[in-house]
Design a protein around this ligand. Structure first.
Ligand SMILES: *[C@@H]1O[C@H](CO)[C@@H](O)[C@H](O)[C@H]1NC(C)=O
Ligand SMILES: *[C@@H]1O[C@H](CO)[C@@H](O)[C@H](O)[C@H]1NC(C)=O
Ligand SMILES: *[C@@H]1O[C@H](CO)[C@@H](O)[C@H](O)[C@H]1NC(C)=O
Ligand SMILES: *[C@@H]1O[C@H](CO)[C@@H](O)[C@H](O)[C@H]1NC(C)=O
Ligand SMILES: *[C@@H]1O[C@H](CO)[C@@H](O)[C@H](O)[C@H]1NC(C)=O
Ligand SMILES: *[C@@H]1O[C@H](CO)[C@@H](O)[C@H](O)[C@H]1NC(C)=O
Ligand SMILES: *[C@@H]1O[C@H](CO)[C@@H](O)[C@H](O)[C@H]1NC(C)=O
Ligand SMILES: *[C@@H]1O[C@H](CO)[C@@H](O)[C@H](O)[C@H]1NC(C)=O
Length: 414
C-alpha cells in the first residue's frame, strides 16, 4: 500500500516535470507544452530512447530555451514534425552555448554518437529568432557565443533529411573572417544530409553576417544532396581535414555557393582537404560560385571537382586565393592546391571578370583543368580571366595575370 502510493507520487512528479514526454516500449513521444521550455522533454526523450530507440517529436510549436547536448546516441531514429523555436534570450545563449573548438564557435544543439537518423518529413522547422541577433550584431563579424543551429560532433553513420531552417542565430554562413553555419559537421564520418532548406534573411538594415549553410571540418564520407540555401555567407563550405565529400543538386541564393575553405589558419597547423565533388549547383545573386580560399598556411587541397554549375549575377564566379582576407604574404603560403577540375560552368558575372586565380609562388597550382567554361558579364561584353602561378596546360584561356592580393569580391569592372 505504502509502496504503491510512493510509486504513484513518483509518476506524478515525473509527469509534471516533463509533461510533454511519453515512453511506450522503445518509443519516446514528445508533444508541445504550450509556452513553456520544451527542451527538458526533448532531452528526456534523448535520455530514455536515445539508445536502441525511436523518438517522435509530434506536430506543434516547441520553445527551446536551453542548450541541448547529446553525444551518446546509438541506433536511434528521430522523427520531427514540429516547429522548434530557439528563444531570443541572447544573454543566455552567449553564456551557455557549447564550444566546438573551431574558430571559437559554439552551438545551441549538438548531437553525436553512432548510427542515428533525423527525419523532418519536410515538416520540421528550426526557427532561430536570428533577427534579434543580426540587429544586435550590427554588421560586426562573428561574436563568440553566437550559436550554430545544429552541430554533428563525433557522429558516425548518420542520415538527416527534410528539415527547414529559418532565421538561424549564427552566422548561418562562413563568410567574413570567421564563419558560423546553420549546420556544422565536425569529427564525423559517413553522414548523409538530404532535402534541407535554409534561409537566413535579415529584414532590417543589419545584414546576417556569417550565416553559412554548412561547414564540414575534420570529417569524411559526407554526402549532401538536394539543398536550397539563402544566406549571407558561404553556402556549402569544406573546411580543414575534410575528405570524400559529395555534394549534389544545391541551389544557393545570396551566398558563396561551393567553397573549399577557409583553410590554413593558424599557419602552424596543417589543413588537408581531398576528394571533393560538387555537381549540379545553381547560384543566384551570389559572391562566388566555384572557389578555393586559404590563408598563407600549410597542408594541401587536392582532387577537387566543380561540375555542372549554372548561375546568374555572381560577383566573381571562379576564384582562388592563398591569402584570403589579409591579401598579404600571398607567396608565403605553403598550402598546395592541385588537381582541381572546373567543368561545364556557365552563367553571368556581375562585372567583367569571370575568374581570378592567384596561386602562391612557393607552391604553384598544378593539375588545374578547365572544360566548357562559359561566363559572360551580365551587362554584356567579354569577361576577363586572370591567372597567376598555375599550370599553363589547364585549358583555361587566361586573358591576363592575376595580381597578388586580388580580392574575393569586386566592386566594379576591372
Ligand atoms: C501520455 O500518455 C497518456 C496515457 O496514454 C495520455 O493521457 C497523455 O496525454 C500522454 N501525454 C503526452 C504528452 O503525450
Ligand atoms: C552509413 O550510415 C548509414 C546511415 O546510418 C548506414 O545505413 C550505412 O550502413 C553506413 N555505411 C557504412 C559503410 O557504415
Ligand atoms: C528567404 O526569406 C526572405 C525573407 O523572408 C524571402 O524574401 C526570400 O524570398 C526567401 N528566399 C527563398 C529562396 O525562398
Ligand atoms: C550592413 O551590411 C550590409 C551588407 O554589407 C549593407 O548593405 C548595409 O548597408 C550595412 N548596414 C549598415 C547600417 O551599415
Ligand atoms: C534538387 O533539389 C530540389 C530541392 O530540394 C528538389 O526539389 C529537386 O527535386 C531535386 N532534383 C533532383 C533531380 O533530385
Ligand atoms: C588536420 O590533420 C593534421 C594531421 O592529422 C593535424 O596535424 C592537424 O592538427 C589537423 N588540423 C586541424 C585544424 O584539426
Ligand atoms: C578523387 O575524388 C573522387 C571523388 O570526388 C574519387 O571518386 C576519386 O577516387 C578520387 N581520386 C583519387 C585518386 O583519390
Ligand atoms: C551542364 O550542366 C547543366 C546544369 O547542371 C546540365 O543541365 C547539363 O546537362 C550539363 N551538360 C553536360 C554536358 O553535362
Amino acid at each position: 500500500m505504502f509502496i504503491s502510493i510512493s510509486v504513484q507520487l513518483t509518476l506524478l512528479f515525473v509527469g509534471s516535470a516533463f509533461a510533454g514526454m511519453n515512453k511506450t516500449g522503445s518509443l519516446c513521444t514528445v508533444t508541445p507544452s504550450g509556452s513553456k521550455d520544451d527542451s527538458p522533454s526533448i532531452m528526456d526523450a534523448f535520455k530514455q530512447c536515445g539508445q536502441n530507440g525511436q523518438i517522435e517529436i509530434e506536430e506543434g510549436d516547441y520553445t527551446i530555451a536551453k542548450v541541448m547536448d547529446v553525444l551518446n546516441l546509438r541506433n536511434c531514429d528521430i522523427s520531427i514534425k514540429g516547429k522548434l523555436t530557439w528563444n531570443d534570450d541572447i544573454n543566455y545563449w552567449l553564456r551557455n552555448s557549447i564550444g566546438v573548438t573551431y574558430a571559437q564557435r559554439s552551438t545551441a544543439f549538438r548531437l553525436g554518437g553512432d548510427t542515428f537518423s533525423i527525419r523532418g518529413h519536410g515538416k520540421a522547422l528550426f526557427f532561430g529568432n536570428g533577427q534579434k541577433w543580426y540587429d544586435q550584431n550590427r554588421n560586426n563579424s562573428n561574436q563568440a557565443g553566437r550559436p550554430i543551429s545544429l552541430t554533428l560532433w563525433k557522429a558516425n553513420n548518420v542520415f538527416i533529411d527534410g528539415i527547414t531552417w529559418r532565421q538561424p542565430q549564427f552566422w548561418q554562413d562562413t563568410r567574413g573572417s570567421c564563419p558560423a553555419p546553420h549546420t556544422f559537421v565536425a569529427h564525423s564520418q559517413n553522414v548523409t544530409m538530404t532535402n534541407l532548406d535554409m534561409n537566413a534573411t535579415s529584414n532590417s538594415q543589419w545584414s546576417t553576417v556569417n550565416t553559412d549553410g554548412t561547414d564540414t571540418w575534420n570529417s569524411k564520407d559526407i554526402t549532401i544532396k538536394n539543398w536550397v540555401v539563402t544566406c549571407g555567407d558561404d553556402c556549402i563550405s569544406i573546411k580543414g581535414n575534410s575528405s570524400n565529400i559529395y555534394v549534389k543538386n544545391v541551389t544557393c541564393h545570396e551566398s558563396g555557393a561551393a567553397c573549399i575553405g577557409s583553410l590554413g589558419n593558424p599557419s602552424t597547423t596543417p589543413d588537408y582537404v581531398e576528394n571533393v565533388l560538387f555537381e549540379d549547383f545553381t547560384a543566384i545573386h551570389s559572391s562566388n560560385a566555384a572557389w578555393i580560399k586559404t590563408y598563407p598556411g600549410q597542408g594541401h587541397v587536392r582532387n577537387i571537382t566543380f561540375r555542372n554549375f549554372r548561375f546568374t549575377d555572381v560577383n566573381q564566379p571562379i576564384y582562388v586565393s592563398p591569402c584570403i582576407y589579409s591579401y598579404s604574404n600571398c607567396d608565403g603560403s605553403r598550402l598546395k592546391i592541385s588537381d582541381v577540375t572546373w567543368e561545364n560552368i556557365t552563367g553571368t558575372s556581375r562585372y567583367n571578370v569571370a575568374a581570378g586565380i592567384y596561386c602562391s609562388k612557393s607552391v604553384p597550382c598544378t593539375g588545374f583543368k578547365f572544360k566548357n567554361i562559359e561566363i559572360k558579364p551580365k551587362n554584356g561584353g567579354s569577361a576577363k580571366v586572370l591567372c597567376s602561378n598555375m599550370n599553363s596546360d589547364s585549358g583555361l584561356a587566361c586573358t591576363g595575370t592575376c595580381p597578388a592580393g586580388w580580392k574575393q569580391q569586386l566592386s566594379g569592372n576591372a
